[in-house]
Design a protein around this ligand. Structure first.
Ligand code: ADP
Length: 410
């Protein structure tokens, strides 16, 4: 299991197909860069090792270089700088078809005139495989002697098992136009499974599905990963998808890696303001503030509030006394039952602008001076629009960021 993986595998990896063992593969990107014509630097000095069996999600806003990175791993885009290694082989100059990867695209790319069964069987029929039973020897020129077409019975077995894994046995005779979006996506995934690749690549595979189906497919792909334990790299712009699926997440912006961490660490310890604001919904609240020293204690002060800081912050924020900082605090750390339960928690007094009841919690859109912020409060808390209320701030869940570097101080 990769570090950070949360669930044990439902099935041992060998169970992909009987007699077919999962192929181990670490994927390594070293100083990888991509420069498109016109000197567009889409990816810059990208360094990342994706461990064998890991589910790695790349996330970031549109245009940050996620797809380009994935396509360089797939071999669909030339690498301008650096080295990509899959397993023990540098693949910079290896054709996509020889990289032993399988890619699921946003638009499924199924053959419209073939049935589901044929769509899944097609690549196995067309390709030649190394025959493990062929005579040893002959590398190089004569290695094609060892290649053979896959036997029909083996193709059938793989398609039927992939169909069973994905629960699409009933659909095998249908054509793509007679399938829902979710079913088509399952077939596209099935087409990858039958090949037993070293690495699965997913490029925004759920973007074309409605919200409900996206949630369902998210779980299915996670379950699939638990079962197959194959290395998977998954690109999305949706931070919820990233948080719910990834063993680890790479957050990107402007072609650069911002942070690589487990979902929990990204959320609790964002390296900079961008990651802090990108991960989490509703997003973290930010305030321009200064660090003040009063009576031996340090405060985070802004026009409408002054919050005493926890003593353990002192060594890290002392050098900021009198200077500007950015104070970041998530909605659940303002006015929530846990925040209100903290003894002597500092408070912000603010006016309620909008009340958004969600059932299990209520979001309050608040105004304190010139600042708007969101608080996640107990759904049974009574208040009205226009009320001025005190909200406890759980400082141990909050962060300070350096204004110039945007990096986290606390
Ligand atoms: P993402 O997947 O994060 O949305 P992309 O990898 O598609 O981002 O694009 C990264 C950057 O590279 C963008 O600025 C995009 O406009 C640019 N780009 C992508 N493909 C090409 C191309 N073929 N030619 C020139 N620029 C490109």
């Amino acid at each position: 299991m990769p570090a950070g993986a949360q669930c044990p595998a439902e099935h041992p990896p060998q169970a992909v197909f009987p007699g077919v063992t999962r192929i181990m593969a670490q994927v390594k990107l070293e100083h990888v860069g991509k420069i498109y014509p016109g000197n567009v630097r889409a990816v810059k000095d990208f360094n990342l090792t994706i461990e064998d069996g890991e589910f790695m999600v790349m996330v970031g806003p549109s245009g940050c270089g996620k797809s380009t990175t994935l396509r360089m791993v797939a071999g669909l885009e030339e690498i301008s700088e650096g080295t990509i290694t899959i397993g023990d082989r540098v693949v910079n100059n290896v054709l996509p078809k020889d990289r032993d990867i399988a890619m699921v695209f946003q638009n499924y790319a199924l053959y419209p005139d073939k049935t589901v069964y044929e769509n899944m069987a097609f690549c196995l029929k067309m390709r030649k495989f190394q025959d493990p039973n062929a005579a040893p020897g002959s590398n190089g020129l004569f290695s094609w002697w060892k290649l053979r077409k896959m036997k029909k019975a083996e193709i059938n077995r793989r398609v039927m098992e992939a169909a069973e894994i994905l629960g699409i046995e009933e659909l095998l005779e249908r054509r793509p136009k007679a399938l829902s979006g979710g079913q088509r996506q399952r077939v596209a995934v099935g087409r990858c499974i039958v090949r037993n690749p070293k690495v699965f690549l997913f490029d925004e595979p759920l973007s074309n599905l409605d919200a409900k189906m996206r949630v369902q497919m998210r779980t299915e792909i996670s379950r699939l990963h638990n079962r197959l334990q194959t290395t998977m790299i998954y690109v999305t712009h949706d931070q919820t998808e990233a948080m719910t699926m990834g063993d680890r997440i790479v957050v990107m912006k402007d072609g650069l890696i911002q942070q690589v961490a487990t979902p929990a660490n990204l959320y609790d310890y964002p390296d900079n303001i961008f990651v802090a604001g990108f991960i989490g919904t509703p997003p973290m609240n930010f305030f321009d503030a200064i660090v003040e020293s009063k009576d031996g204690q340090l405060f985070i002060t802004e026009d409408s509030f002054s919050l005493v800081t926890p003593p353990e912050w002192k060594p890290k924020i002392e050098r900021y006394i009198g200077k500007k900082v950015v104070f970041g605090v998530r909605p659940e750390h303002i006015g929530s039952p846990t925040a209100e339960a903290v003894d002597n928690a500092p408070k912000i007094t603010a006016t309620v602008e909008v009340i958004e009841p969600m059932g299990s919690e209520t979001y309050l859109y608040m105004k304190a001076g010139a600042n708007g912020f969101i608080a996640r409060v107990d759904p049974h808390r009574t208040c009205n629009v226009g009320d001025s209320i005190d909200l406890a701030v759980m400082m141990r869940g909050a962060h300070l960021f350096d204004v110039d570097t945007t990096e986290r101080i606390t």
